[in-house]
Design a protein around this ligand. Structure first.
Ligand code: SAM
Length: 229
């Protein structure tokens, strides 16, 4: 049984695409996609030996060694040109790490620009959206969901032939998510407001409160209030 989080990621993978799942761990996502008849080929990339072994073993157990290839490599180095990858999934990591993996891959010429990127950062989604904007990837879909008391965002992007516009608000809150304004979205940002309140309270307790930090946090609270209005 795949997690709701990865099932939602899977729902953005077009039929018959060739997928590279970077940081695949048990290779659950590519195995699921093949078993569901969505795809016939995937690479499961892993940089750490333990998870790489997990991926290999799961692929063997599932009888999918012809269709899912585990490769031990950092980031997009798991991708070979002959793979003709057209979807890259990077899930379950921090936004900064995802942005770094994309940047390194970009620098090393691993992105043809034809790939759909399906990204699921656990935190700091803003870094992912900024990377996408700066490299002319347009956000084509977004989702937010809650599972086991954790809230996850999924960002789907494709290369654009034009410059991509993205406001600071959109980078922080998303392009689609504020429009949908789902209960989970509201919950996420209400929680964030409370979190900021606690930080401000603590900062104010200091002998010499860091006023610029407090002002910055107040500004963020205001932004949240605006978006939730
Ligand atoms: N993608 C799976 C998911 O969403 O359930 C597994 C997420 S797991 C928390 C993150 C995985 O990313 C770990 O197995 C870790 O070894 C791997 N990882 C971290 N940095 C990586 C990199 N630069 N290249 C490839 N894999 C990486």
């Amino acid at each position: 049984q795949l997690s709701k989080r990865l099932e939602t990621v899977a729902s953005f993978v077009p039929k018959k695409s060739r997928v590279a799942d970077i940081g695949s761990d048990h290779a659950y996502l590519p195995i699921y996609l093949v078993n569901q008849g969505v795809i016939d080929f995937a690479v499961a990339g892993e940089v750490v030996k333990g998870p790489f072994e997990n991926a290999k073993n799961q692929i063997i157990e599932s009888g999918l060694t012809e269709k899912v290839i585990a490769r031990m490599a950092s980031g997009l180095n798991a991708i070979e040109q002959e793979d003709e990858i057209d979807v890259i999934t990077i899930c379950g990591m921090g936004g900064m790490l995802i942005a770094n993996i994309l940047e390194d891959g970009f620098q090393e010429g691993k992105l043809s620009g034809k790939e759909r990127l399906i990204l699921q950062p656990n935190v700091v989604e803003v870094e992912v959206r900024m990377w996408l904007k700066n490299h002319a990837y347009k956000i084509v879909a977004e989702e937010i969901l809650e599972e086991n008391e954790k809230i996850y965002e999924i960002i789907v992007a494709e290369k654009s032939s034009e410059e991509v516009e993205l406001s600071i608000e959109e980078a922080i809150f998303g392009v689609e998510l504020p429009k949908k304004n789902s209960a989970v979205f509201v919950k996420k940002w209400r929680q964030e407001q409370k979190h900021i309140d606690r930080i401000i309270e603590n900062l104010q307790k200091a002998k010499k409160p860091n006023l610029s930090k407090i002002t910055e946090l107040e500004g963020m609270k205001k932004r949240i209030e605006e978006v939730l209005k």
